[in-house]
Design a protein around this ligand. Structure first.
Ligand code: PGA
Length: 252
């Protein structure tokens, strides 16, 4: 079963816009056959949980590495869980760019799994300029450091999103190619096997993110060997998000 996850970022800035996306996605999600996840901004989560029902899982876009205390602006794993979220995105490049370190992310992964979340851990190189495959080392280092201290048992609650930074958002040069994606999926699995053993590693879904949309979704999910997609902009346009879910159904 493919996974279609939407990271609404701060694109969705009203309850009404959120409702429209959920309504369109729910119609498709109810047909079954695809695991659909939406990650709204925090204040929208309880509302989206009520609207989405059981057909769509709801996630946070980040959470605090601390359990509780004087951390203005942070949201704890416990409160996020109580708001109805069951998934959390960790290590998104937009959070890393604001100073989140691999060590912070590793603490968050451990806390999130302990709180009962499924984690979407994002990794991806900043660029592919000027070296021969140096980006592989960058992704490997992120992966190993962000999963430091995470047990094989926790791997059952993990998804990895390969999101090359150069392919994300309106500044993107282009989406990665399905070939880029496939090579990185194999590479990530190899390192997950070293960390968690082959059996556990092969159960960890690897998603692709970065300018994925309705035109290239199928090629990432087939040629690209991705188990799913983490969508930004495309997940905030109701018809587009719904049509990507529909495409994923057909790939079962
Ligand atoms: P994009 O964002 O689909 O808008 O490129 C992807 C992401 O950041 O998850």
């Amino acid at each position: 079963m493919k996974i279609i996850a939407g990271n609404w970022k701060m694109f969705v800035d009203s309850f009404r816009d959120g409702e429209e996306i959920v309504r369109a996605a729910k119609k498709e999600a109810l047909r079954g056959g695809t695991r659909v996840i939406v990650c709204p901004p925090f204040p929208l989560i309880p509302h989206v949980v009520r609207l989405a029902g059981k057909s769509i899982a709801v996630g946070g876009q980040t959470m605090s590495p601390e359990e509780k205390g004087a951390w203005t602006g942070d949201v704890s794993a416990g409160l996020l869980k109580e708001s109805g979220a069951r998934v959390v995105i960790l290590g998104h490049s937009e959070c890393r760019a604001r100073g989140e370190t691999d060590a912070d992310i590793a603490r968050k992964v451990t806390l999130a799994v302990k709180a009962g979340f499924s984690v979407i851990l994002c990794v991806g190189e900043k660029s592919r300029d000027g070296d021969e495959g140096g980006y592989y080392a960058e992704v490997r280092d992120q992966l190993l450091a962000s999963l430091a201290g995470v047990s094989s048992r926790a791997a059952a609650h993990l998804m990895i999103a390969y999101e090359p930074v150069w392919a994300i958002g309106t500044q993107a040069i282009r989406a990665a190619s399905p070939q880029d994606c496939r090579e990185m999926v194999v590479f990530i699995r190899k390192h997950l096997s070293t960390l968690f053993g082959q059996r556990a590693a092969f159960r960890v879904p690897v998603l692709y993110g970065g300018s994925a949309d309705d035109r290239n979704a199928v090629s990432f999910l087939t040629e690209g060997s991705a188990d799913g997609l983490l969508l930004g902009r495309a997940s905030t346009i109701p018809e587009r998000f719904a049509s990507i879910i529909r495409l994923a159904h057909s790939l079962l």
